[in-house]
Design a protein around this ligand. Sequence first.
Ligand code: IVH
Length: 693
Amino acid sequence: MNELEAKIRIDELTAQLKSHNYRYYVLSQPVISDFEFDMLLKELESLEKLFPHLQHPDSPSIQVGGEITKTFVQVKHKYPMLSLGNTYSADELRDFDERVTKLAGKKVEYVCELKYDGLAISITYEKGKLLRAVTRGDGIQGDDVTNNVKTISSIPHQLAPGDYPDYFEIRGEIFMHKKTFERLNNKLREELIVKGFDDNEISEKLYKNPRNFASGTLKMQDSAEVANRPLDCFLYFVYAEVPVAETHEMALNKAASWGFPVGNHFKRCDSIEEILQFIERVDAERDQLSYDIDGIVIKVNNYQIQDELGFTAKTPRWAISYKYKAQSALTKLEEVTYQVGRTGAITPVANLTPVMLAGTTVKRASLYNADEIERLDLYECDAVYVEKGGEIIPKITGVDVSQRSPMANKITYAKHCPECGTELMRKSGEAVHYCPNDTGCKPQLIGKIEHFIGRKAMNIESLGSETVAGLYHKGIIKNYADLYELTYEMLIGLELETYQEKKETTAKRTLQEKSVLNILQGIELSKQVPFERVLFALGIRMVGETVAKKLAKHFVSLDKLMIASHDEISSIYEIGEKIAEQVVQFFASDKNKLICERLKRAGIQFELQAWESTGKTNKLEGKSFLVSGVFTISRDDLKQLIELHGGRNVGSISKSLSYLIAGDKMGPEKLKKASDLKIPLITEEEFMRMINE
Ligand code: IVH
């Protein structure tokens, strides 16, 4: 490679790695795996070695990845928080051992620990009392997240008397247990469904793995919300003026005796063979851990030798991490099928020859959209690698092209809806294809009725998704207005076929008197559901709960909304052009107009009740707010909203303040004072959520 080529590649890699760092550390939304990241970094490092003068002064090879967040008070680290050199190969570990042995002038002892997949934290204790907790940030300074860290039950706020120094810092990793992640992500999924997002939007918004969830949580401004998302922590390093022990192993045991969770999977090893055995054993058992790890950290045990070995610019010479590759398996692509969501959004799915991966059988992988199929350059019957890098849905990460038959055809994206045959559409600038046949495509019709009866919509619990599908297949209901014309005679004794997703089988069920009466009663009760929820239940694309509330308040009745212009709708605060377009389009359809007419005749609430239309609530009763900084709406409007919802505006920060609503460009002094008094900071968005939920 000549110098010009090297420059181009170094510039490109530097920019790419910076952007991946930003996505990982700041947004908690990485788009490539750790392995892919490390390979890019290695490529950059080797080019920089050949052409040192082309290295950027802020190259990701010499700078720790994270960034600090605007809304937290920033604290400079007493000892910089560095990163670790890493490797994926046993040979490089042997090289590390050789280097260490040579520099130390003798054989050394190591301690192997788990490399927890979370976020680094530094916690300071003074006279046994938790003083401050700070994230790694850019390695030099980080965010003060003390209030959030205090919600973690395994971290002591006050140590019992012990032989710890008056002032010390303890570092470790904050993470979320896999079970907690699954529970909370499923909850979030339900909330997003209720808010009207489609499958693709939901998979974008959900946290991809426990690490991202933990990171997103720790950066929240409202500690009360953090407490609802339980985090945990393992500590792995004590920093003090005078070392607390002679060896790392002894220091870990001491930290445990002071009441810190240090994990119980660390081991002292005397040789590289022992280290490799430890790595192998943990690899075989790591699925059974309740949390994710992404490797093993190997540290020189003796602190004096650690000191002698010292640091490079970014990493210690006395430690290295061995990273496990994300678990992957090779299998065959049998077919690409297409799922149609309630809103008509199409999700391509790879159907695979079943294969065991990380303890479960994988049969399908999401392909997200046409761009992803293009990126993977998939052909029929390809041998594909599937990976489960801490993510719930497995994904295809690559193709073994050497196994591809020369006769194989490239996968072309479906042109027509697999359910109704209508030509698919893709709006310019959007990744997702849609089936536009929203009034005749089966999964869309069933999905709309299911949404209509949902808990946060018309709440017809007695019906349930399976019964809806069964009634649809019998031809008894075709849309949600048909529900209000169901009678006892139509339902009693009806034999319904229901599909059981878990077992992937269908079962038969006969409607008995009790269920029929329950269903009819549920439908009758739904006539009392307030207008804003009815509006949400209609299932207009992009009209989730919050938008429905805004529309209901503005227009007061469905009749007015039905004839509203695009301009009037989009002039409402936080209702954009795209939403307005969807609303106008929905009511332009004669079929939808007719359905609404029938609902109205059935006695559904199509108007706001008098008390609702004033917009007053008592959601903020007893709470005081201070508004500071620049927002997307004027400060006066924000204050009016606080009063409208029963809250109180105050002019200065005091201990009794309930919330500080922090906007852009808010002064650092206010931030500091609020942080000292432990006043929860919330963003404009979080405030809006408070009054709209
Ligand atoms: S020791 C000088 N030990 O891995 C760096 N780090 O890639 C000392 N990590 O920033 C770090 N488990 O966030 C250490 N047992 C462990 C670890 C661990 C996870 C993280 C930590 C660090 C990153 C380095």
